[in-house]
Design a protein around this ligand. Structure first.
Ligand SMILES: *Cc1c(COP(=O)(O)O)cnc(C)c1O
Length: 392
C-alpha cells in the first residue's frame, strides 16, 4: 500500500528519504557500470575509478586522506570495526584491556563494548551523564587508566539529540595517548565533520541518515595501521575490510555527503526554527511533559520529550492513525517494554521514561506539519492518560 500523501514523516533520525540527485548518481552503477573494482579489465577499472572518486569526495568533506576512508555496510559495521578493531589491537600491542563509553551510545557501540566485556575479558566503564545527557571531559579524565584501550563517545545522541563536547574529550584522550572513537551517524546530516578539528581517531557515518542509500557507511580511521580487521577474507580497504565493494552505495554515499556539506547551513536554519516551534508548543500545551536532551546543544532537527504516565508505543500508534510518523526512543527499541537505557541514564523515573516521543525533522518538513502535530498530540496524550487511570 503506498504511503498516504497526506502523511507527515517526522522520523528522520530513523532514516531519511533518498535524495533524487543521489539516486541519479547511483543509477549507472546498477546497470552498465557493473564491474568489480578489483578486476583488471576496463569494467573493473571504471568501477574502481568510481569508488576512488567517491572516497576522495568523502575525504575532502572529512578533511582527511582518502586512504583513511574505509567503506562499510553501514554505520553499525563502522562502529563495530572501530570499537572491536581498536580494542583487540591495543590489547595485543600493549596489554590494554579497559574500555570507556557512555550510556547514550547507539547499540552498535554499546553492545559491542558489552560483548568485549562479557566474552573477551575487557573491563568496561560506562560514564555518567548529566540530566541533559552530556558527558564531561572531566568524567573521561577521571575514568582513564594506563590500561585504557579506547574511549567511545557519540557526536550527537540519536535518542535525545544532545551534542557531546567532543573536542574537549578529544584533548583529554590525546594527552593520555588513548584512542577516541565517535559515532557521527546521527550528527552527520547536520554538524561539521572535520576530523582534524574534532580530534578523533575513528568516526562512523551511515549514508541513509543523510539522504543517501541504506546499507553503506564509512569509517574514518586515522592513518597508522592500528586497527585489527574484524572481517577477513580479502585485502580491501587498506586491509581493514573484506568483501566486494558496494559500488552504487559508495557513489551514493559520497554524493549524499557532498550535498549535505554544501547545503547544511540552509537546512539547519530551516529545521531549527521549526524544531523550536515544536518544543515550545508541546511543552506549553501538555502538562507533565518534559524535554529530553540539552535545550540548546542539540541537533537542529531533533525534538524529544517524555510524558508522565503514557505508553510511548501506544502514543506512536495514535499519531500514526492521525497520519504522523514519529518514534519513541530509538527505532530499534520498538516492541520493547523496557524503558530506554539512555532515558534512565538522565535520571528520569520509569513512569516518565516509558512515555517518550522523538520528533525528528527533515529538509522537507514544513510549518504546517508542526502545526498538525501540535493540533493532534495534546489530545492523544490526554486520552492515553485517561485510559491508564480508568478503574477496571
Ligand atoms: C542509525 C544509527 C546507527 C546505525 O547505522 P546503520 O547505517 O543503520 O547501520 C549507528 N549510530 C547511530 C547514532 C545511528 O543513529
Amino acid at each position: 500500500m503506498p504511503v498516504n500523501m497526506d502523511a507527515i514523516y517526522l522520523d528522520h533520525a530513523a532514516t531519511t528519504p533518498l535524495d533524487p540527485r543521489v539516486l541519479e548518481a547511483m543509477l549507472p552503477y546498477f546497470s552498465g557500470e557493473f564491474g568489480n573494482p578489483y578486476s583488471i579489465h576496463r569494467w573493473g577499472r571504471r568501477a574502481e575509478h568510481a569508488v576512488e572518486t567517491a572516497r576522495a569526495t568523502v575525504a575532502a568533506v572529512l578533511n582527511c586522506q582518502p586512504s583513511e576512508i574505509i567503506f562499510t555496510s553501514g554505520g553499525s559495521e563502522a562502529d563495530n570495526l572501530a570499537v572491536r578493531g581498536a580494542a583487540l589491537a591495543e590489547r595485543e600491542r600493549r596489554g590494554a584491556n579497559h574500555l570507556i563509553t557512555t550510556p547514550v551510545e547507539h547499540a552498535a557501540v554499546l553492545a559491542t563494548m558489552r560483548q568485549l566485556r562479557d566474552h573477551f575479558g575487557f573491563e568496561l566503564t560506562v560514564l555518567p551523564v548529566d540530566a541533559d545527557g552530556r558527558v564531561s571531559a572531566e568524567a573521561v579524565a577521571a575514568a582513564l587508566r594506563p590500561e585504557t584501550a579506547l574511549v567511545a563517545v557519540t557526536y550527537a545522541c540519536n535518542e535525545i539529540g544532545t551534542i557531546e563536547p567532543l573536542a574537549e574529550i578529544a584533548a583529554v584522550c590525546q594527552s593520555a595517548g588513548v584512542r577516541l572513537h565517535t559515532d557521527a551517524v546521527q550528527a552527520a546530516s547536520q554538524l561539521l565533520l572535520d576530523v582534524q578539528r574534532l580530534g578523533v581517531d575513528t568516526l562512523a557515518l551511515g549514508a541513509h541518515k543523510l539522504y543517501g542509500p541504506k546499507g553503506v557507511g564509512v569509517l574514518y580511521a586515522r592513518a597508522g595501521q592500528w586497527l585489527l580487521p574484524t572481517q577477513t577474507g580479502g585485502n580491501h580497504e587498506e586491509g581493514l575490510r573484506a568483501g566486494t565493494h558496494n559500488v552504487p552505495g559508495a557513489v551514493g554515499l559520497a554524493e549524499a555527503l557532498r550535498i549535505t556539506a554544501a547545503e547544511r547551513e540552509t537546512h539547519n536554519a530551516h529545521m531549527a526554527a521549526l524544531r523550536d516551534q515544536a518544543m515550545a508548543g508541546v511543552l506549553s500545551a501538555i502538562p507533565h511533559s518534559a524535554l529530553t536532551g540539552h535545550p540548546t546543544e542539540r541537533l537542529p532537527n531533533h525534538a524529544s520529550f517524555v510524558f508522565e504516565g503514557v505508553d510511548g508505543n501506544e502514543l506512536l500508534m495514535h499519531l500514526d492513525l492521525a497520519g504522523i510518523a514519529a518514534s519513541s526512543g530509538s527505532a530499534c527499541k520498538t516492541g520493547d517494554p523496557e524503558p530506554s537505557e539512555a532515558l534512565l541514564a538522565l535520571g528520569l523515573p520509569r513512569a516518565w521514561a516509558l512515555g517518550s516521543l522523538r520528533v525528528t525533522l527533515g529538509r522537507a518538513t514544513m510549518a504546517a506539519h508542526i502545526d498538525r502535530l501540535l493540533a493532534v498530540l495534546p489530545a492523544a496524550v490526554e486520552r492515553l492518560r485517561t485510559s491508564v487511570a480508568a478503574p477496571a
